[in-house]
Design a protein around this ligand. Structure first.
Ligand code: MN
Length: 331
């Protein structure tokens, strides 16, 4: 389908999910470039706010991204990448119906199934692995430009190949990407090991107020911050995203949560499990979605109300009753 669309010079609009991460943007930029090389007229975008995280603005092709207001409302083809639900496409969601054909490429366990053509595999460790298959399918040869985008998404969503979702074919793809000559150490440094000095101060404050509640489910550790607090440390709100990766190392808790207060007064909640709790189920019950080991949702309650709802869901979680202690799952 995509090969024919490209050969016929169809107009293809590709969109990542709102507040795109490395997998969403890497998928979008790689497939956009591949389709462009095969003849399609391509526009790549993502929903408002149209602000690229500094850690991703260097990705090849990122300067060519356009705001949602600049894409046609009824393209020949619309491709959604790494979005677990239509809601994650924001104001671009209507294109799922208005486009001649809509294609959904995603790997979230909570994906309910939407779009005309569904390339959805919950077993895939990242959406970029599905994009690599699509590029192979339309006869695009991987080069360093495409590989940089794909490697960014692959390393980010697998936690640099540490998470349980990493499979033998994940490393086979990584080997193909490295063979194009990309500087994987530089990519990793930009993605994971670079932050302004103010991040250390924010980290100190946020980890200092963390609470451990071993009686909740298989153990809960949680803390909170906000875009306003990040600003006090001279940081953009995107710097809140990495906090959960520190909090989740807590041995006594299977589940780690970070509540991130947004400018509009809502709480954006990131959750991670060490293996005993199905967070895709928990997040879906709370109005969000995600994977078994990593999920999230948006709460309109206050901070105490939000954590109370999480406690209630974890306490009713089937896995928490059968697993008093976290299982030894590598992550
Ligand atoms: Mn992803």
């Amino acid at each position: 389908m995509l090969a024919d669309a490209a050969a016929e010079h169809a107009t293809v609009v590709l969109s990542a999910h709102v507040q795109p991460d490395a997998d969403a943007l890497g998928s979008t930029l790689a497939l956009a470039e591949g389709l462009r090389r095969r003849g399609a007229r391509v526009l790549a975008t993502f929903p408002e706010p149209f602000v690229l995280p500094a850690s991703l603005s260097w990705l090849p092709g990122a300067v060519g991204l356009v705001p949602s207001s600049a894409v046609p409302s009824s393209p020949d083809v619309f491709v959604s990448l790494d979005a677990a639900s239509p809601g994650r496409l924001g104001e671009l969601a209507p294109l799922l119906d208005r486009a001649g054909t809509s294609v959904v490429v995603d790997h979230h366990a909570s994906n309910p199934g939407f779009g005309d053509v569904r390339v959805v595999d919950p077993g895939a460790p990242a959406t970029v692995t599905l994009v690599a298959d699509l590029l192979d399918g339309i006869g695009v040869t991987l080069d360093a430009t495409l590989a940089t985008c794909l490697y960014a998404g692959l390393s980010a969503d697998t936690g640099s190949f540490r998470f349980g979702s990493t499979r033998p074919d994940t490393h086979v793809l990584a080997a193909r990407l490295l063979e194009t000559g990309i500087d994987h150490a530089d990519i990793s440094r930009r993605l994971f090991d670079t932050a302004p000095f103010g991040w250390l101060g924010l980290l100190s404050t946020v980890t200092g107020r963390a609470r451990l509640e071993t009686a909740v489910g298989a153990g809960l550790v949680w803390t909170w911050s906000s875009t306003a607090e990040a600003a006090e440390h001279g940081l953009p709100g995107e710097q809140l995203e990495a906090l959960v990766d520190v909090v989740r190392s807590t041995e006594e808790a299977d589940v780690a949560c970070v509540l991130k207060g947004q400018d509009d007064g809502t709480w954006s909640v990131s959750m991670r499990s060490r293996g005993a709790t199905d967070l895709s189920r928990v997040a879906t019950a709370l109005g969000g979605g995600g994977h078994r080991a990593a999920a999230g949702f948006t709460s309109h309650a206050d901070r105490e109300g939000t954590i109370a709802a999480i406690r209630a869901e974890l306490s009713t979680s089937p896995s928490s009753r059968t697993a008093a202690r976290p299982r030894a799952v590598p992550d």
